[in-house]
Design a binder for this molecule. Structure first.
Ligand code: C5P
Length: 247
């Protein structure tokens, strides 16, 4: 599975995201989050796929198993390359999500070639679980979420639950990628936001590293938003991320 830089397109309208992506000669792997999806609906996914982008649909589902299963069945029709749920929803919820996604994909007769990223189960999108948000600090974990174990241990345990449910990997900070790979094996994907080019502001993120450090720590995919989208020259910032992380 090739390493890649995923650009978090946290824009509020389709016009903004197209104007941003039109600056690139290449077709970067993009992440569509809640802001854009809630503003534009499924059409934004279809259009980005039509334009040749791989799409990570980052909606972080977290609800009762039956609801998540049905929602995933619907999302499977969009033929994205990657989508996700919160591991905190329990193993049962993650199993339901996987079932919805797998059955939905086979019912749609999804073309294996259409999902650019082949997953363990074949012609369905990769399904990964958010462990702990990269904006959450150890202090917040303890005081707000009432989990008293060290972050790294919590992330590794949630990753174990995700694997038990049959998922392909987790979302975590690059700082936790070594612990996840050590416990779950190198084939279990670590998709890592919380990445900043050297000198850029962390903003609301807590557990951050550079693309070069993420490579060193063994991340499989880095998710980069503001270091690219808010850069004076986004294309140069993207190329810098690729250079540090992939080359
Ligand atoms: O701008 P920045 O690089 O901080 O963007 C990170 C992106 O990754 C955001 O779209 C955010 O929603 C997402 N994300 C995250 N932490 C997670 C899961 C997703 O920051 N654990």
């Amino acid at each position: 599975m090739g390493k890649d830089v995923i650009v978090a397109c946290d824009f509020s309208s389709a016009e903004e995201v197209y104007a941003f992506l039109d600056r690139f000669e290449s077709r970067p792997y993009v992440k569509i989050g809640m802001e854009l999806f809630y503003a534009e609906g499924p059409q934004i996914v279809r259009e980005l796929k039509r334009r040749g982008h791989k799409v990570f649909l980052d909606l972080k589902l977290h609800d009762i198993p039956n609801t998540v299963e049905k929602a995933m069945r619907v999302l499977s029709g969009l033929e994205v390359d990657m989508c996700n749920v919160h591991a905190a929803g329990t193993v049962k919820m993650m199993e339901a999500a996987l079932r919805g996604l797998t059955e939905g994909s086979s019912r749609n007769g999804a073309d294996p070639g259409a999902c650019g990223t082949m997953s363990a189960a074949g012609n369905r999108p990769l399904l990964i679980a958010v462990t702990q948000l990269t904006s959450t600090s150890q202090e917040q974990l303890e005081q707000d979420i009432l989990i008293t174990q060290p972050m790294e241990q919590v992330v590794a345990s949630y990753a174990e639950h995700a694997k038990e449910a049959g998922l392909d990997g987790v979302v975590c900070s690059p700082l936790e990628a070594p612990a996840v790979h050590q416990r779950m094996g190198s084939g279990f994907l670590t998709v890592t936001p919380g990445v900043r080019l050297a000198g850029d502001a962390a903003g609301d993120q807590s557990r951050v590293t550079t693309p070069a450090k993420a490579k060193e720590l063994g991340s499989d995919y880095i998710v980069v938003g503001r270091s690219i989208t808010a850069a004076e020259d986004p294309v140069a910032a993207y190329e810098q991320c690729r250079k540090e992380f992939i080359e």
